[in-house]
Design a protein. Sequence first.
Length: 628
Amino acid sequence: MDLKYLWIKKFRNIEEQGFSFTDKYIISYSSITKELSTTPNANSIPEGFYTSNIVSLTGILGENGAGKSNIIDFIMTRIASVGNGSTDLYEEENVFLVILENIIFKHKDIELVNQEQLRSLGFVLLEFDEDILRLNGSSNCDWDLKSKIYSTKYIFYASNFERPGTYGISHLIDISTSYKIYHSAVIRDDFPAGYYNEEIKNQTEFLLSIRGDRHIKLPFDIPSKLHITFEKAEDVIKKIDLSEEFFGTVELDQLKYLTNESPNFYNRQYNPSLSKIEELTILINLDLLLIILKHHPEYFKEIEPQDFNKLVFGTLEGDSNISNELKEIDQVLSQIKHSLVSLFERGLLIVEEQEEANSYIRKVNRSFVLTINEDSKEDFYTFIRYYTEFSNSVDIIKRYWMGLSSGQQAYLNLYSRFFEAYKRILDAEGSDVIYDNAEHCTIMIDEGETFYHPQWQKQFVKQVTDFLSMIFAGYNIQVIIASNSPFIASDIPTANINFIKRGGDGKCEVDTLIRPNNTFASNIHTLLTESFFLSGGLIGDLAKNKINSLIEFLNTPNNIPGEEESQEQLSNTKARMKSLINIIGEPVIRRKLESMWVEKFGLEEEVELLRIRLEEAQEKLRIRNGQN
């Protein structure tokens, strides 16, 4: 169901504020007159303005701390959570009015005096108590209405991880970084290894799915090679604090040699006849066994050093005197080796030598480049699954897509997570559970343009709407973007933007006074001149302070040192101020300051300035003649 309007009595820093999510009507509720006004908007955008299946796109724009994230959090915890008891946790902040399509849900404590007028306009009014599925005076709303509400899936994306994640909201697919970290750290207990490996796996599935698809285009070449490096054993030992004291505490004195010999352990056992891939799997075995030893020392109670070495080198014999747990671990290490060897033999994995820091150790093979395609996918997933299981939340590999910048990686994260959300919706379809059949998707993006170069911020709305429209083809999509960027505003009509500011008391306020008249297709510089985006001018505060100090210097009587200032100090100050004028980039400000300088210091200074300008003009002339 399409979200059209939301009025919140109190939630965090929001008090008695209304937010519009449609351009078809100008909607507002007044807690003073108790009226809900719905006026058709003569300047609404035409159907299919963005894409054929994006029914609306709304911006929430405001400075940091204004309450953008709080609005999205309210939608998630009060609307996306209906029917599963989540709203019971927020009973004291559960008074609100919301319009979904043509249905007005209002809390029983909200007065509404023009209900008959609203009904005559085609709205259905329903009053709720605890959440919008628990209507006042009845235990539940009717089945058809419940089906419509449950047919909407909410998807939330945010790239930053400072904001809290969500958990336990059945109609919400949370693909934010915070939630993924929370789910990995708290629910699965495998952070950070599990988090990073899940990201790589999702990105791999996404890249494989779009390869050859002409309809889905990334703003960069699709990467196909993944670079992975395992840490050195001595670094793993430091990371997990595998000290001599540890071996003494767990009564494994026979393995103390690992602490002292870790930098040289592999070289002592090295066999020159080993292939690169065999060497790689041995180093991986050593890293993983060190972690298992730290977390499960009881597995190693009876093991002798020679058997531990055999575990590392994959040469353990069936009658070795080791625990059953280690025998099972040995089998899994063999499966990891089999996966990597299979990739290597098919030319899909290239082993790279790494220069070790210790001069007495030769180059070793602890890195590899993996070509990602359909042939390598299953073996790669096997490797990732067992690595995540064995690493016990200790991440000992560095992984990156070759050829991607940090901004391109951010785009890949965004796209692959939405692809993951799409797959989760598909996986649920056909279920007997009513809320698993989605027809409408409300997609919320909180500052998704973060980390992007300004050129990519400028392209963000176009790129994202095109991508979401293709991925979620067959669904009606509502997009809500929270941002503080004028690049986002220039792609959204003013009627589709909620401009909010942080009031003097820290409260969120919908700003109807200083909002720009027409944001859509506005020049970025024009938008920046609006006091909503920038107050106090268009230059940085540091530059502004420097210019003000220069003006103050020029307005004081010259050649008169202060009480504690010598003539030499005044001369140094003059030279410093003059150099400041020379580096000012805005020509109008620079020319004005030069004029003030001449007025203060006389004709000789004017002659010097004219000489500098003449040299600049001659240089430009030389450049022009050279180009011709």
